[in-house]
Design a protein around this ligand. Structure first.
Ligand code: THG
Length: 375
């Protein structure tokens, strides 16, 4: 018996993006849901998308990276209340990767923060309804801020040829943008933020497309300019992002993690970021009882992790695998998991219970690729 794959039923509640029609025309084969919005997950195949991302250039509809805009005289203070990363030295053209925590120091999200002005920020969210969290704090504390979701949709340009494509469309000055800094470009008469950032290790840019009406024109401009570069529609690639150790909030990191358990120690400035509401709690949690680690899994797996795969050491359950994929380049299964601290040393041998059976797993010392072409 052949079973037809289930489809995702559309509704206004499951939001489309300014680029959805182009994504469909490009032959999207799979979606996931992220911030109540469609996020493509595969075009040709995971492996083909992966090889192309690492060798050419792709345009990604990541409109689901929704922005929360926080503007007003207390804007910086409100953002600082939610993160242990010290924002006081952030430059006006800078982007920060920030752990977001609650009053217990538990991870709520791991967004990219864009500073638009001293009193105006965009929080570019991972999956989770942080708009309401900011509104709640702002209202409860009587802060002088406006908190809302602007009509802004990120479009990522990723891959080794991203610089060439951006040079052709926006010019050399934009290509000179440093990593996690932004400039502005004008498209369709609108000023748009363009940052050197993105959820891959291959380098590239993210354009924060202002409004819906210019989305398709911008998409078409990029594809016309990049035809001989073999530009294709793409999306965050599960294999590549596991190789690079880019964690996915809701899967690899949840409220069960502190930033320290998530390995985000370098974004925790506990000496200075005392306004963070989780500050006191985090002071006592610097030595976590579990850790997110890269793992290698034996054999040749095919499935993605739809539910956590239990990790065992003999008879003891000591953690779980949250993401896994077969890496053609490293010829092994690359994975991300959470393990108890006493099983987190590199070289620790474990057993993982996958839907296809028990496999040997090993804690690695580092992820497979780091900052390949970032600057
Ligand atoms: N770009 C934008 N918004 C986003 C993402 C993005 N929102 C959702 C999600 N991705 C948030 N999560 C991450 C996770 C990792 C990174 C960015 C966003 C990232 N990390 C760098 C790394 O680990 O190499 C480090 C960055 C730094 O050192 O400052 O890029 O991708 N707009």
């Amino acid at each position: 018996m052949t079973v037809k794959a289930p489809t995702l039923t559309g509704s206004p509640r499951l939001r489309r993006t300014p680029f959805s029609r182009r994504v469909e025309a490009a032959g999207v084969q799979g979606y996931t849901v992220y911030n109540h919005m469609l996020l493509p997950s595969v075009f040709r195949s995971l492996e083909e998308d992966y090889a192309h991302l690492k060798s050419a250039v792709q345009v990604w509809d990541v409109a689901c990276e929704r922005q929360v805009e926080i503007a007003g005289s207390d804007a910086r203070r409100l953002v600082q209340m939610t993160t242990p990363r010290d924002l006081s030295k952030m430059a006006d053209d800078q982007c920060y990767y920030i752990p977001m925590v609650d009053t217990c120091g538990a991870m709520l999200n791991d967004p990219v923060l864009n500073k638009l002005a001293a009193d105006r920020f965009w929080v570019s969210l991972a999956d989770g309804d942080m708009l309401y969290y900011y509104m709640g704090i702002a209202g409860g504390q009587g802060l002088d801020v406006q908190v809302f979701e602007p009509d802004v949709s990120p479009l990522a340009i990723q891959g080794p040829r991203a610089d060439e494509l951006v040079r052709r469309v926006f010019g050399q000055a934009i290509v000179e943008t440093r990593f996690f800094r932004y400039k502005t470009v004008t498209f369709g008469g609108k000023e748009m933020v363009i940052a050197r950032s993105g959820w891959s290790l291959q380098g590239g840019f993210e354009i924060y497309v202002d409004g819906t009406e210019h989305g398709e024109a911008l998409w078409d401009t990029l594809f016309e300019a990049g035809e001989d570069l073999d530009v294709r529609a793409g999306c965050p690639n599960a294999i590549e992002r596991i190789e690079g150790g880019l964690m996915s909030y809701g899967s690899d990191v949840t409220r069960a993690h502190t930033p320290f358990a998530a390995g985000l120690d370098k974004y925790c400035d506990l000496d200075t970021a005392t306004e963070c509401l989780g500050h006191a709690a985090l002071l006592g949690k610097r030595d976590p009882d579990k850790r997110v680690r890269p793992l290698e899994i034996e054999g040749r797996g095919q499935q993605s992790v739809a539910q956590y795969w239990p990790l065992a050491s003999g008879a003891s359950l000591i953690g779980h695998v949250s993401s896994a994929a077969y890496s053609p380049d490293f010829q092994t299964n690359v994975a991300i998991g959470t393990v108890n601290a006493d099983h987190s040393e590199p070289g620790t041998e474990l057993q993982v219970h996958t839907p296809e059976g028990v496999r040997a797993a090993c804690v690695m010392s580092e992820f497979w690729i780091r900052h390949a072409s970032r600057r």
